[in-house]
Design a protein around this ligand. Sequence first.
Ligand code: SF4
Ligand code: SF4
Length: 457
Amino acid sequence: MPITALLRSLVNNRIPGQLVVQITDRCNARCPQCGMRVTESFSRSTLATDQIKKLIDAAARRGFQAISFTGGEPLLDLPRLVELIRYAGDAGLRYTRTGTNGFMFKNPQKSDFYDRVSRMVEMLADTPLRNFWISLDSSVDDIHEEMRGFPEVVAGIAKALPIFHQAGIYPAVNLGINRNVGGVSTRYFRRVEAATSDAYLDTFYHRYRRAFERFYQKVIDLGFTMANTCYPMSIDIPENSQGLSAVYAATTADDIVRFTPDEKRMLFKALITTIKRFRSKIRIFSPLSSLEALVRQYSSDMLGGETFGCRGGVDFFFVNAADGHVYPCGYRGNEDFGRLEALDLQQLRPSAESEACRQCDWECFRDPSEMFGPLLEIFSNPLSTMRRIVMKPKQFGTWAVDLRYYRACNFFDGRRPPNYKKLSQFASTTKEGVYPDKDRKNYALDHRFANQKLFVS
Ligand code: SF4
Ligand code: SF4
């Protein structure tokens, strides 16, 4: 985005708009953490191509910069997806993203694998697509494959990545944090009555830290050069749901992605330590300033003040496949904004910072909100920024380093290879001890248990 246009929107207390369009809720995977899995029976919907094109036109007219085509599984209809990405690029949307659950990469030993994947990659490479994600839920292959229902898909991903790279696409691995991420070490470590005890939380922290380390090392070994992390999304049972209602069904009340606030605090802390260790080796989207803000949020009953409010419903929006309507995000399903073509964004003024929404941890909206927060504040309340710099220099410092890191990563341009020389400036200085490379006993257990039917499906 040209710097003058960015400054203009910041002066108006706005940031570059982002639209997440659920083009379909059809899916062929079996993920236990998601209400759209193939085994769920509900009436499925797919937005018509013309309708999506009208949405893209309306988004471009309103100055949106980023669009994500999500599902369900976006690659179920590849020619149509390619057409939409081109259309969005021609309309002036600079940042287009889409991704896959990886079904195309299963059974890599089949003789048609190379041709099949090459054709798909060529089609995507011939579009202005900027970022492409591939999901991976666990550091243990068998567990991920059973969760998704795709045999040998992890080997297939490793085989597919060089094909992508050769065509100039650098996919990001997408980890949706869940209780299977570390194999048996996290899978069987569930909430107990004493879940708030220090001993429980300390063990929890170390198990997840080890799990994240294994995960990042694994994806580097697979050939990924970029990584994103989806923070656990669950809408709690109605009495605890804080009024949220999922219009985006990529959520569940199932225990696999349900964590207590104390557990979340430990999860985010474990992620911070691990990301510090790995972000010179692989481009990691998740900003440390956002994770630290979430730690603060889950450290007390405070819902604001120490975090920047989410821009969902102000600058960022979700479009639902079932009705084609716009919602503030995937989780405020009670606030139907109707068609984008009829929506006046000027009417949607941001709430006061202290009242802005912070009801969930959806990283698609929370991470950029936290990254843009200080910039917005500089224009709207420079005194508050000065106070923040003086009173909370460490917080401000983390954000400034994140910005430098984003630059070193070319703002996560998924069409450019990593520059490891620039990334090396971010080599870890963390003092926390390194875990042994692999806990072989746990790996053996992981494989044994992975063959058992343990999942909700
Ligand atoms: S998480 Fe994605 S791949 Fe898995 S069932 Fe849901 S929509 Fe499908
Ligand atoms: S924090 Fe953002 S994504 Fe979450 S419910 Fe609020 S507006 Fe939606």
